[in-house]
Structure formats: structure tokens, C-alpha cells
Design a protein around this ligand. Structure first.
Ligand code: NAD
Ligand code: MLT
Length: 316
């Protein structure tokens, strides 16, 4: 009896548990090719029925033109800004992601970046590494009684709000796309405009998706409206905050510190933020915990299996 085998390629690191689930399906042939070069991927993609990616592999028009047999794109994670949805829709390709699987890790990392930048943890660590024990220039800022401005009160923004209220912060939020009930749910004061948030926040954390509207949402114009000494965190997407303008605002003393997990030209950034001691930078680690990666790996494997078998998929 003839049996159809479906070929799946996994191009970015997902958990072993996720890979094992895919490999356990009898009619699947799974190739794990983490860090495959783009040119080679385009050459071999016509063989595949499904691809599993994270945020680095660009699933764009160029890719779709080569992916003549593709039925499913599995985005192991939350944001789908590396996937051109229109191209998938017009070709009948199903795109699935795992929007809930890593939000706690991303929210916790946001708070880690906020605290470590506000307390000069990295700068201090580097001094001790150079055998200098000195507190000069390392005075930080408490969170108690301060105002946190959250831009984008969605899943992660909401988790950050809840957690930072426990530190005694007042939460104000700007999100024109949610109902007033959601502001109430998170005890967040609603800002009708972004300017309203910028004018009162001591700390700003951005949690929007990356879209045409949110790209360069914070530039020199917005920094000019901020309180002097504001502290900024971006654990969402590179490009939401203009990095050149943030670097300039730090040098001018408008921004006291920044915690940054994502850069506009990652994974090979040339950002001016890299050389500023006021910045704490991590290489897109928001979802990099054992728990989140297990959740994401298992969830994406289950969704890709369902989609390839023509079953209902929750996050298609
Ligand atoms: P979400 O969709 O639940 O929430 C996003 C919120 O932003 C929504 O409430 C939406 O209304 C709001 N929004 C959209 N456009 C806006 C605008 N112009 N102004 C203000 N608000 C706007 O998304 P989420 O799950 O909370 O994820 C938030 C971000 O975090 C995304 O960019 C996602 O890709 C990113 N993320 C990063 C990591 C990481 O590893 N650093 C991990 C997970 C998610
Ligand atoms: C996500 O959107 O899920 C995160 O950016 C994490 C990731 O891509 O690995």
C-alpha cells in the first residue's frame, strides 16, 4: 500500500520535546536544520510540506516563490512579524503560532531588564570584573510610588502591569484597541493619547506587536515629551523604539537607562545602544526559559500536526 510521507523542516531551535512530538508521527519525515543558510533553505524548500521557525527565518514573498509544496508555517512563538501573512493567505498556506506559550517568560524578562537597568547591575558587574569596588555613579532608582507607562496592554503588557503593581508602581497605559474594561481589569489608568503617557511616566515599557503603525513609535519627538530621567524597556520588537534617537536621548540625559531585549537589525546588530553603559542588552531572550521553550515546542508541534492532518487548529 502506498503511504504519503509529509516532510517538515525545523529551521530554528525549538525544544527537544517539540521535535520528538513531530518525529513520533508515523507519516512525518522531520529534518532539523537549525541555522541553515538562507540560500540553501530556498533551494530545498520545494521538498517540504511544513516549516517550523522562530523569529529569525523570514517567510516572505521570495520564500513563498520557492516553497511550491508548502502547506503549513509553524511559528514557534508569539509575534508573526517575520511572516508575510498575505502571501500565505493567497496561496492557501496555513500559518499557526503559539501566542500564549511564552508570555510569562517575556513579562518576567521585561521586569528583569527594568530592574537591572534601573539599578546599574551590568555596569556594576563590569566594574567588579575589572577588580574595581566602587559605588560612585551607580546610584539607581526605586520603583515604589513611581509611574509605569505601558504601551500595549495586551497579554504581556497585562502580566507586567499586575506584577509591577506588587512593587507599588502606579500603572498608566496607552492602547487604543482595547475596551475600557481591560484597563480596569489591570487597574491601569487609561491614557487617551501616547503623549499623555509620555508626560507622566517615570518608566516606560512597550508591548505592542511590530506593525507599520508601531514601527518607530518612539522617536526623538516622543522623547522630547518625556520626563527627564525616564527609564525605558523594550522586550517586544526591535524598531518600535528608534535606536539612534534613544541613544541620543540617553546622551542628552532625557533617558536615564534602557533595558533592551530586541534590536531592529538583529541577529547581527550594529546598534549605537550596544556601546552605552546606561543600556542593559540581551539577545532576544524574552522567551528563552526552559518552561517557555517546552510550552512553545509542544504547542507548535501539536498545531503543525493538526494542520497537516486537516484537523481544527486553535491558533491558525
Ligand atoms: P498582544 O497582541 O496580546 O498585545 C499587544 C497589544 O498592543 C494589544 O492589546 C494591542 O491592542 C496593542 N497595540 C497594537 N497597536 C498599538 C498601538 N499602535 N498603540 C498602542 N497599543 C497597540 O501581544 P503580546 O502577546 O502581549 O506581545 C507583545 C509583544 O511582545 C509583541 O511584539 C511580541 O512579538 C513580543 N514578544 C517578545 C518576546 C521576546 O522574546 N522578547 C516574547 C514574546 C512576545
Ligand atoms: C516571540 O514572539 O515569541 C518571541 O519573540 C520569542 C521568539 O521568537 O523566540
Amino acid at each position: 500500500m502506498e503511504r504519503w510521507t509529509m516532510k517538515i523542516i525545523v529551521t530554528e531551535k525549538i525544544s527537544d520535546k517539540g521535535v520528538a512530538l513531530l518525529q513520533a508521527v508515523p507519516d512525518f519525515d522531520v529534518d532539523v536544520r537549525f541555522d541553515i543558510e538562507r540560500e540553501e533553505l530556498l533551494k530545498i524548500i520545494p521538498e517540504y510540506d511544513a516549516i517550523v521557525v522562530r523569529s529569525v527565518t523570514k517567510i516572505n514573498e521570495e520564500f513563498y516563490k520557492h516553497a511550491t509544496n508548502l502547506k503549513v508555517v509553524g511559528r514557534a512563538g508569539n509575534g508573526v512579524d517575520n511572516i508575510e501573512m498575505e502571501g500565505a493567505t493567497k496561496r492557501g498556506i496555513i500559518v499557526v503560532n503559539t501566542p500564549e506559550s511564552n508570555i510569562v517568560s517575556a513579562a518576567e524578562h521585561t521586569i528583569g531588564l527594568l530592574l537591572s537597568s534601573a539599578r546599574n547591575v551590568v555596569k556594576a558587574h563590569k566594574m567588579i570584573e575589572s577588580r574595581v569596588w566602587d559605588r560612585t555613579g551607580l546610584k539607581g532608582s526605586e520603583l515604589l510610588g513611581k509611574t509605569l507607562g505601558i504601551i500595549g496592554l495586551g497579554r504581556i503588557g497585562g502580566l507586567v502591569a499586575t506584577r509591577l503593581q506588587a512593587f507599588g508602581m502606579k500603572i498608566v497605559a496607552y492602547d487604543p484597541y482595547i475596551a475600557d474594561a481591560r484597563f480596569r481589569k489591570y487597574s491601569a489608568e487609561k491614557c487617551e493619547t501616547l503623549d499623555e503617557l509620555l508626560e507622566q511616566a517615570d518608566f516606560i515599557s512597550i508591548h505592542t506587536p511590530k506593525t507599520e503603525e508601531t514601527f518607530d513609535m518612539i522617536t526623538a519627538k516622543e522623547f522630547a515629551k518625556c520626563k527627564r530621567g525616564v527609564r525605558v524597556v523594550n522586550c517586544a520588537r526591535g524598531g518600535l523604539i528608534n535606536e539612534n534617537d534613544l541613544a541620543a536621548a540617553i546622551k542628552e540625559g532625557i533617558v536615564a537607562s534602557a533595558g533592551i531585549d530586541v534590536l531592529v537589525d538583529e541577529p547581527k546588530p550594529i546598534s549605537p545602544l550596544i556601546d552605552l553603559p546606561e543600556c542593559v542588552l540581551t539577545p532576544h531572550l524574552g522567551a528563552d526559559t526552559t518552561e517557555a521553550q517546552d510550552n512553545v515546542g509542544i504547542a507548535i508541534a501539536e498545531e503543525v500536526i493538526a494542520a497537516l492532518h486537516g484537523e481544527m487548529v486553535p491558533n491558525a
